[in-house]
Design a protein around this ligand. Structure first.
Ligand SMILES: [Mg+2]
Length: 107
């Protein structure tokens, strides 16, 4: 799945936002082996990766397709998209339900 960087996990507009719920969701998704792609318009990818590491935000790649997805397209693969400008609330809710369902089946 794909998650946006600016204003989804990083306080781009410096409004003292923390994004704790999104980060917790990403950690839970990583625990069930979701492949997490950070999607960003930031030019400095090293800064993005450093921020993600320092804030313990799990990710598998930044602006790159997963190795199991073979394509010559420039479009990045996504089966779910967490983005502050693209239905974040709805996607968050759907993924939280997915986690609940999986966890209930593991009881
Ligand atoms: Mg954004």
């Amino acid at each position: 799945m794909l998650f946006d960087f600016d204003d989804t996990v990083f306080d781009f507009h410096k409004k003292n936002r923390t994004y704790k719920d999104i980060i917790s969701l990403l950690k839970a998704l990583k625990k069930i082996n979701c492949y997490l792609i950070c999607w960003t318009g930031q030019e400095n990818i090293d800064f993005v990766k450093q921020y993600l590491y320092e804030n313990e935000i799990p990710f598998d790649s930044v602006n790159e397709n997963p190795p199991f997805y073979q394509s010559n397209s420039r479009k990045i693969y996504a089966n779910a998209f967490l983005d502050d400008r693209a239905g974040l609330k709805q996607t968050y809710g759907e993924l939280a339900k997915l986690l609940l369902t999986i966890n209930m089946k593991n009881i």
